[in-house]
Ligand binder design. Structure first.
Ligand code: SF4
Length: 361
């Protein structure tokens, strides 16, 4: 575990002192400096000094992924367990979402599980794909919080859901002996070595991500991979094709539940942040056009070319694995895949079927 990822200063609301997360942090992060405070108001801290805040979360834990208007959304649910990330990818959208760079963890796990349990139990006919990696990296702080040891066995109990843990770390050790019943998908965001090296801060190298995926597969977990954001540059084809080849030489396609593709896109507000914070990064200087959702995207031709080639390379290895586009229009789907999700019942249905076919005992 890279110590730079895990700040030493931890601010804890007094009301959560007795929660298991604090016990785990004390046990696993001996060098930490705990500061007990009355109340931390989310969104009000603009501190830039690295720190973790542990709070009593008052909001809703399980909520639909916000998606993007006018594009095809996958109908994912987010288990909101924490916010922010210390990996430091240049392109990270969270830089524009949160005013504070501090990591924030929600300590009231009891309420989180009760709320989730009642949603799953009250909707037995509905299938839920639930992820924790939207507002932070799912496994970033796992070695100190041990959060995975709580949620992996929890989600194993429900036949109408799968849990996806999405990461760019190698923090998988605690997953080894958990009772997951093939209901947890461990997913890595992947990119070319060049993009990882230049743009993905403290994330572990590609070879290490794939080594970890292989180990999780050997422990019976299902896998997923997300090529998002794909960055266009001269020579991208050779580099991304190499990554696809490595994925399939390291894993069994039967254990891959889905692979997503998404070209680099960003809200205009992120441009200034990237320019200021990462002056060496040139990812924002490509050919972009403003999409229907206000985000800057590569020109259509570039997106179609990248998606079509990626799909072709993936299909050479496995014609059946579920591949989908994250937040793209039906037109781009048609050009890249030859069909639109609506012809197959919609994207949520396609992904539900992939999960139901490959997950569970
Ligand atoms: S790993 Fe994900 S959440 Fe963390 S900085 Fe990179 S893009 Fe952001």
């Amino acid at each position: 575990m890279n110590p730079k990822l895990i700040p030493r200063d931890i601010f804890v609301e007094k009301s959560v002192i007795d929660q298991p997360i604090i016990h785990n942090i004390r046990k696993n992060h001996a060098e930490c400096r705990l500061h007990f405070v009355d109340h931390i108001i989310p969104g009000e801290s603009d501190e830039d000094r690295p720190a973790i805040e542990v709070i009593d979360f008052k909001g809703k834990f399980l909520k639909p992924c916000p998606g993007t208007r006018n594009y095809i959304c996958c109908g994912y649910q987010i288990l909101h367990f924490g916010e922010q990330c210390s990996i430091g990818c240049t392109y990270c959208i969270l830089q524009a979402y949160f005013s504070s760079t501090r990591l924030r963890l929600f300590a009231n796990w009891d309420r989180m599980l009760n709320e989730t349990k009642s949603v799953l139990k009250n909707n037995p006919q509905r299938f839920f794909r639930i992820g924790t990696g939207e507002f932070t990296d799912s496994l970033l702080l796992d070695p100190i919080t041990e959060f995975s040891t709580l949620i992996v066995p929890f989600f194993a109990l429900f036949p109408n859901c799968v849990l996806e843990l999405k990461t760019k770390t190698d923090h998988i050790e605690l997953l080894k002996d958990l009772d997951h019943r093939q209901r947890t998908i461990v997913a890595w965001s992947l990119n070319s070595n060049r993009v990882i090296f230049r743009e993905e801060g403290l994330a572990v190298p590609l070879s290490r991500r794939l080594e970890c995926a292989k180990r999780c597969m050997e422990w019976g977990y299902r896998l997923a991979f997300h090529f998002d954001p794909m960055i266009y540059y001269e020579g991208w084809e050779v580099d991304y094709r190499e990554v696809i080849d490595l994925v399939f030489s390291n894993t069994d396609p039967d254990k891959i539940v889905w692979i997503s593709l998404g070209c680099f896109r960003f809200m205009p507000a992120l441009k200034n942040i990237i320019e200021e914070k990462y002056p060496g990064s040139d990812i924002i200087y490509g050919e972009f056009i403003q999409g229907l959702d206000g985000k800057m995207r590569y020109f259509k031709d570039i997106r179609i070319e990248m998606y079509s080639k990626m799909v072709e390379w993936i299909r050479e290895h496995d014609p059946d694995v579920c591949v989908y586009l994250c937040m793209e229009s039906p037109e781009i789907w048609k050009a890249a895949f030859g069909f639109v999700p609506a012809e197959k019942g919609g994207l949520p249905k396609m992904l539900d079927m992939a999960a139901q076919t490959k997950c569970g005992d």
